[in-house]
Write a new protein. Structure first.
Length: 266
């Protein structure tokens, strides 16, 4: 048996047990229309212009032939698929298998690919970091900690000590220029400097300038590390981080009336 919705004309297969549940009242799965399926019954799949089965006279029962009660196979053959469903529902309702809805697609359960996306996301993280590091490698290598780590891992070549030198990170803690105690024609420059970098630096050059009262340069001299380090000092080791270095420099008095001096690290 089949029923057709009077509103949207959706067609559904029926069972006798469904009709007996609420005196034939059903709800359309497409439009939600509630109607009496007994008034819209078809023996076979209905054509678009086919009308539902109706009784010849009102309140007149349909006459059932006695031969169908003793010949279920013949009834099945005469009534086709619908008769077979009706017999199964009446004799073995618990064993009857539900028939598919012709207006509903039975979709296979969707496979979950969430683990694939998770794996791709995890793989993209190091690739993104590597791409970022390569694109900004020069600014990153200027950071002393990153540079030292990269050199230790062999990712970059060890720079020469000159490239590792930043004179601006040398700080002058004290300075003094006075006459030599034993020579009238000589002066003594005493200073203390510290390496504020977090890595070992080569010893800088020291530029000494003598100034007049208007801060104009009267004389200037640049001292190399071998000229101001104590005898026997190894200038190749450089100055360790936060290490203090006292320096005493003796030089001849240029014979000019200087009123001040200036020290720079080069």
């Amino acid at each position: 048996m089949f029923t057709r919705c009077p509103d949207c004309h959706a067609i559904y297969p029926l069972r006798a047990s469904w009709l007996a549940q609420d005196r034939g009242k059903v709800e359309c799965g497409r439009c939600g229309k509630i109607y009496n399926a007994l008034k819209h019954l078809f023996d076979d799949w209905p054509e678009p212009d086919e009308m539902p089965v109706s009784a010849a006279e009102k309140n007149q029962p349909f006459h059932l032939s006695h031969r169908f009660t003793n010949e279920p196979e013949a009834a099945t053959q005469n009534n086709g698929y619908q008769g077979a469903v009706a017999v199964a529902d009446e004799e073995n309702p618990a064993d009857a298998e539900p028939q598919p809805d012709p207006n509903q697609l039975n979709l296979l359960p969707a496979k979950s690919y969430q683990w694939v996306w998770n794996a791709l996301l995890i793989a993209m993280i190091p690739l993104t970091l590597a791409n970022f590091s390569w694109h900004y490698r020069q600014p990153l290598l200027e950071i002393p900690t990153i540079r030292t780590t990269a050199e230790g891992l062999g990712l970059v070549e060890m720079q020469l000590s000159k490239a590792r030198q930043n004179p601006e990170l040398f700080q002058l803690l004290s300075r003094d220029l006075h006459a030599h105690p034993s020579r009238a024609d000589a002066l003594i420059l005493s200073l203390t400097m510290v390496n504020r970098a977090d890595y070992r630096q080569d010893f800088p050059q020291i530029e000494l300038s003598l100034l007049d009262t208007n801060n104009r340069v009267l004389a200037r001299k640049t001292l190399q590390p071998d000229e101001y380090l104590a005898d026997g000092s190894d200038s190749s080791n450089g100055l360790a981080p936060d290490a203090l270095l006292p320096v005493v420099i003796e030089f001849l008095d240029p014979g000019i009336a200087s009123r001040g001096f200036e020290i720079r690290f080069l």
